[in-house]
Design a protein around this ligand. Structure first.
Ligand code: PRP
Ligand code: URA
Length: 209
């Protein structure tokens, strides 16, 4: 599938299976999302440009590679996207964080915005939007739309599970925004849930059901 990377690393796949299990505790679910967040972060940053800078080891001066350009922005879609943030920040501690508050109206499945806060110069940075679930893609599209309104052009989207319908709709709107996911599941059910999926990610993560 064009512009979609499925992260099939055995650790990611193993941890994802543990998360899908309906008997997994809230604590276990949260811990696994944190761990997978780190592994997905490793993949989504794989091609970041490096620049050579002069450093001095205890033995001599050398030119050494460092990540160039402005700091990244991690943009979790609330609530469930928050589950990725700490793991990603462990790998990229200097990243900025934008918060995008959206909930899915259960009747219409449209995304309703309730909060948005991003760094002032967000347009000058690479923004990695994150949400465990890409179902209808209404939330992901609303998040990207909001960031584009702020002038952001350099965007990536990271999720845990994606429905084929969601990927197609997202790329109809934003073919230029690449997606990283741990799995492309079978389909959406009549309530817009990913099948086989893992249920409601936010509820499982925060223990609200
Ligand atoms: C869930 C999930 C995504 C969205 C995906 O959020 O975390 O944000 O649904 O569905 P979509 O692709 O059809 O838009 P939800 O609205 O349940 O909010 P929550 O994270 O606060 O629980
Ligand atoms: N949001 C979720 O949390 N789970 C789904 O399966 C679909 C949307």
């Amino acid at each position: 599938m064009k512009n979609v990377t499925v992260v099939d690393h055995p650790l990611v796949q193993h941890k994802l299976s543990l998360m899908r299990d309906k008997t997994r505790s809230t604590k276990g679910f949260r811990q696994l999302l944190h761990e997978i967040g780190m592994l997905l972060c490793y993949e989504v940053t794989r091609d970041l440009p490096l620049e050579m800078v002069e450093i001095e080891t205890p033995l001599q001066k050398m030119m050494a590679p460092q990540i160039g350009g402005k700091k990244l922005v991690f943009a979790p879609i609330l609530r469930a996207g928050l589950g990725f943030v700490d793991g990603m920040l462990e790998l990229v501690p200097s990243a900025r964080v934008a918060h995008i508050g959206l909930y899915r109206d259960p009747a219409t499945l449209t995304a309703v915005e309730y909060y948005f806060k991003a760094p002032e110069d967000v347009a000058d940075r690479l923004v990695i939007v994150m949400d465990p679930m890409l179902a209808t893609a209404n939330s992901a599209i609303a998040a990207v739309e909001r960031l584009k309104e702020r002038g952001v052009n350099n965007l990536r989207f990271v999720c845990l599970l994606a429905a084929p319908e969601g990927i197609a709709k997202f790329h109809d709107h934003y073919p230029d925004v690449p997606i990283w996911t741990a799995s492309i599941d079978s389909h959406l059910n009549d309530h817009g849930y990913i099948v086989p999926g893992l249920g409601d990610a936010g509820d499982r993560m925060f223990g609200t059901k």
